[in-house]
Write a protein that binds this ligand. Structure first.
Ligand code: PFF
Length: 507
């Protein structure tokens, strides 16, 4: 039978693909804004702590789970756990939901490449007007979504090594070079230093007048944890799937460290590329600092387009470079999400002794994602009259039901992701035991110190931190009710902790 599963051509190819999955829209608009708003350097320290004690551990565990079982998430969880068999479904449903809006945002990048290209030869469009044109035109929104999905289809259908790996081998170095060009341009704008202060100086976001009040440390923990998980592509099956294609001789601890380091570095660099430019442009054009949009889609598509608009003759060129960079980041992440879904069906067929064509599977996956994404695209971030709130006749609550994008984001990133990661840690730490991961990691011969570190983190630190992140995400999406959400998270953790530990005794 033809091997449709595939494998990486080389360790560096795997690394670039995994870094490609991690480096995405989350790095470019999520990290720098959240860092500035949530305490600057303090946020960075919390983020780094979480990346080492939680992100690195889960990264290692996911890669090990994939490589040990050589299966996509649903089958991988079924192979190792009696009590948490169903967890794999969570790790497949969330990438599906993420793709329904990630693809729409990827489409937006294509639109901005086109308008900046046109701008080089004619007038450079201003941010707000081009954004409104795009999101309120259903044909444009759908057209660019389809274009994005077609690109991703061809890459994933090309296979693990000759599609995904090949794209990242060219895309990742290209992204890095373009990022450096944009950083140089951004930092040479007058007043760029104000943006650097916003990002790095503790409390400057409040002092400088960008926001009214700073969040407390517990809220920072929730924000940083949520950001870290999304940014590292954890708890969504992506690293399990990518790990399942990895050779036994590769060192999982070292690879995990490189992925976490590279993703964090790119997030910081992306911040230095976009925030100083956005802040400088706002100040130079007399916009009050608290009115400069520094987060979400508006940062990328309104604020930054204005930066290019105001740059004069070369604005279009920088615009094209910047939006190609963002498009590469979006594609390299989207294809990992699509691979999670495709791998499941390819493995399922192999299990039943059938051969399926990868192309056919990827086609079906692409069509189903596109079908739901059409709703998100046509909704235009809630501007076209059929947001979830309007359809269900409830009040619009920002970040949860004000548009379909937020609605799907809330379920996937807000609930399933932290819940999935918390339960995965409980499963590994208390049901099946850390030894399974350590045995798999042992091919790279980790030190005794790492084994102890891994065991302690997966048993205690990760579950507790994830309970905070789960509460933090729910507070962020639904607002208010802080104490209630902390209690809910703690109860869920306690119930599953006992459930997993009992499972261990029975085994
Ligand atoms: N890590 C990506 C980002 O930062 O934008 C998003 C993502 C990709 C999340 C793949 C999850 C995933 F499985």
């Amino acid at each position: 039978m033809e091997n449709q599963r595939g494998s990486w051509g080389s360790n560096i190819g795997f690394l670039l693909a995994a870094v490609g999955s991690a480096v995405g829209l989350g790095n470019i608009w999520g990290f720098p804004f959240k860092m500035g708003k949530s305490g600057g350097f303090t946020f960075l320290l919390v983020y780094l702590f979480l990346a080492i004690f939680v992100g690195l551990i889960i990264m290692c565990a996911e890669l090990a789970l994939g490589r040990k079982t050589r299966k996509a998430p649903i089958a991988a969880y079924q192979a190792v756990s009696k009590k948490f068999k169903w967890l794999g479904w969570l790790a497949v449903l969330s990438p599906f939901l993420i793709m329904t809006f990630y693809s729409v945002l990827g489409g937006y990048c294509i639109y901005y490449i086109i308008i900046n290209l046109i701008g080089i030869f004619g007038g450079m469009p201003e941010g707000m007007s081009s954004f409104v044109n795009m999101i309120t035109s259903i044909p444009i929104s759908i057209g660019i979504l389809l274009a994005f999905m077609v690109i991703c289809f061809f890459i994933v259908a090309g296979g693990v090594d000759s599609g995904i790996e090949k794209f990242n081998k060219i895309g990742m170095p290209a992204l890095f070079v373009m990022l450096v060009i944009i950083i140089i341009r951004s930092l040479t704008l007058p007043n760029a230093v104000e943006g650097l202060k916003f990002m790095f100086v503790p409390g400057y976001a409040v002092k400088g007048g960008f926001i009214e009040s700073a969040p407390n440390l517990v809220a920072v923990l929730g924000t940083a944890g949520g950001q870290m998980f999304f940014s590292l592509s954890l708890a969504m099956g992506a690293m399990i799937t990518y790990g399942s294609y990895l050779g036994k001789e590769e060192n999982l601890v070292k690879n995990s460290g490189i992925i976490v380091f590279a993703d964090t570095l790119v997030a910081l660099l992306a911040g230095v590329a976009v925030i100083p430019a956005a802040v400088a442009n706002g100040i130079n054009n007399g916009i009050p600092v608290n009115e400069i949009s520094l987060g979400g889609p508006k940062l990328l598509f309104v604020t930054l387009q204005d930066v290019f608009h105001n740059m004069g003759a070369l604005g279009g060129v920088f615009g094209v470079i910047f939006y190609i960079l963002v498009l590469i980041a979006a594609i390299s992440s989207a294809i990992s999400l699509m691979e999670v879904l495709s791998a499941h069906f390819i493995d399922k067929a192999a299990e039943q002794g059938k051969t399926v064509s990868r192309k056919k599977v990827v086609m079906i996956v692409s069509v189903v994602i596109t079908a739901i994404a059409l709703l998100v695209a046509a909704d235009g971030l809630g501007s076209n009259g059929f947001s979830p709130a309007e359809i269900f006749g409830s009040a619009k609550v920002l970040d949860w039901n004000d548009c379909w994008l937020d609605f799907f984001d809330c379920w996937s990133e807000g609930i399933m992701m932290p819940l999935g990661a918390m339960l995965m840690a409980v499963m590994i730490g208390w049901e099946i035991g850390p030894q399974l991961t350590l045995d798999e990691v042992a091919h790279g011969d980790p030190s005794e110190a790492f084994k102890k570190f891994f065991t302690f983190c997966i048993k205690f630190i990760v579950p507790v931190v994830m309970a905070f992140v789960l509460a933090g995400q729910m507070i962020g999406f639904f607002g208010g009710h802080d104490v209630l959400f902390y209690i809910v998270s703690a109860v869920i953790l306690a119930v599953f902790w006992v459930f997993a530990a009992l499972g261990k005794k029975e085994a």
